[in-house]
Design a protein around this ligand. Structure first.
Ligand SMILES: *Cc1c(COP(=O)(O)O)cnc(C)c1O
Length: 427
């Protein structure tokens, strides 16, 4: 594979940008080698600056559920851009997207739009603390909730592979209020609640962990969290930045029928433009400024281009059979990858919820961060590079999800499975 231009650009990028990238996992550090610079993308494909093309299973880390540059979304963005790109004043578009979100996710009676998932989570936790008048929070090991200070404790994603347990620059005073428990471990959560409930504002969880690879919740995990929090006046926050509109039009909460107090969204609701959102019960949301005293603001919040992309994307997701089709294709891909590993005698533990796929190079089972880390990351790195050489772009880290879009064809999936058959044999 020719990578001359990517290499040149990466060298230049490192002069001007720390590590040459604007988000750490992009740098390929955990799989070795150098990142490819992308020139354009269409449908299921990424095209790099050296003229290589790839079937893409990263999909911008989740947002591109319709594939890249879906014509209806691009047209809508272009039309919106013609009317100006930001006003700093309310628009009808924001009302429509907020309406669509509240109709899709009944636990969200009111929603505030922001510009990233990080911002959504940070604001939701501020609100939970104000509402309960308590300071402490519980998060789960390996769950990633953006990069705000007090959430950089035992987080997954880039931190899983960079080996930064807690980032320098975060005062110990800030994470003092963050308690952590293993994902899927009800007993530890219960002990923490018993001990700290008087000062616990909220429990935040990715209902399907998607930043340590994909780790689904055990059957009782979410319902028990709901019962325990309710009993002690603790808010339950679902971070559905990945899972919202990914696993179901109503998010993971619709899939598992567990209703949180607050929900954080991002990724898909921006259709590939920068957006986040947080929402929940009206009684809680009305504490947000200007209605209430909890301050939260944003110059570009509710940006007309991003909101337009979101509206058009969500509209497409309402098509009959959308999730069933996507799920069926994802199942086929998972089945093919699993069979390829089995035939080659490679131990592989697969996890999947709808079009979110995980594959760990370990006998498993994988139920939490500790068991996810049992995966042979060297085997993953080899798998990643060999697949890349065959034109298949998986995440450059073991601890990320693979995503499918409706732009992926049966031929794409066949090609991916054929490549995996050859690659697994070489491991
Ligand atoms: C991506 C992600 C975030 C952060 O969103 P950004 O838009 O990158 O700030 C938060 N929570 C989860 C679960 C995520 O996957």
């Amino acid at each position: 594979m020719k990578t001359t231009r990517s290499k040149q650009l990466f060298a230049e990028a490192q002069r001007y940008i720390p590590g040459g990238v604007n988000s750490p996992v992009r740098a390929f550090r955990s799989v070795g080698g150098q990142p490819l610079f992308i020139k354009r993308a269409k449908g299921s494909r990424l095209y790099d600056v050296d003229g290589n093309s790839f079937i893409d299973y990263v999909l911008s880390w989740g947002p591109m559920i319709l594939g890249h540059a879906p014509p209806s979304v691009i047209k809508a963005i272009a039309r919106a851009a013609d009317d100006g790109t930001s006003y700093g004043a309310p628009t009808e578009l924001e009302v429509r997207l907020a309406q669509m979100i509240t109709e899709a996710i009944p636990s969200i009676e009111q929603v505030r739009l922001v510009s990233s998932g990080t911002e959504a989570v940070m604001s939701a936790i501020r609100l939970a603390r104000a509402y309960t008048k308590r300071d402490q929070i519980i998060k789960f090991e390996g769950c990633y909730h953006g990069h705000s200070d007090y959430l950089l404790a035992k987080a997954g994603s880039g931190l899983a592979t960079l080996g930064i347990p807690d980032s320098p620059g975060v005062p110990a005073d800030f994470t003092r209020h963050t308690l952590t428990a293993p994902f899927n471990d009800i007993r530890t959560a219960q002990q923490l609640i018993q001990e700290h409930h008087r000062n616990l504002a909220c429990i935040i969880v990715e209902p399907i962990a998607g930043n340590m690879g994909v780790v689904p919740p055990g059957e009782d995990f979410l319902p028990t969290l709901r019962t325990l929090t309710q009993a002690h006046g603790i808010l339950l926050i679902f971070d559905e930045v990945i899972t919202g509109f990914r696993v179901h039009y109503g998010g993971a909460q619709a899939l598992y029928r567990v209703t949180p107090d607050l929900t954080c969204l991002g990724k898909i609701i921006g259709g590939g433009l920068p957006v986040g959102a947080y929402g929940g019960k009206r009684e809680i949301m009305r504490m947000v400024a200007p209605e209430g005293p909890v301050y939260q603001a944003g110059t570009l919040s509710g940006n007309p281009l991003a909101v337009t992309a979101g509206i058009e994307t969500l509209t497409r997701l309402r098509a009959r059979g959308f999730y069933e089709n996507l799920d069926q294709r994802a199942a086929e891909l998972a089945k093919g990858l699993g069979a390829a590993a089995k035939k080659a005698g490679v131990p592989l533990t697969q996890t999947r919820v709808g079009s979110m796929l995980g594959a760990f190079f370990t006998k498993g089972p994988v139920v939490d961060y500790a068991s996810a880390k049992q995966s042979n990351t060297q085997a993953y790195a080899k798998f990643f590079h060999n697949m890349l050489n065959k034109g298949i772009y998986f995440a450059p880290s073991q601890f990320e999800a693979a995503f499918l879009s409706t732009a992926h064809t049966d031929a794409d999936i066949k090609k991916t499975i054929a490549a995996a058959q050859a690659v697994m044999k070489s491991l």
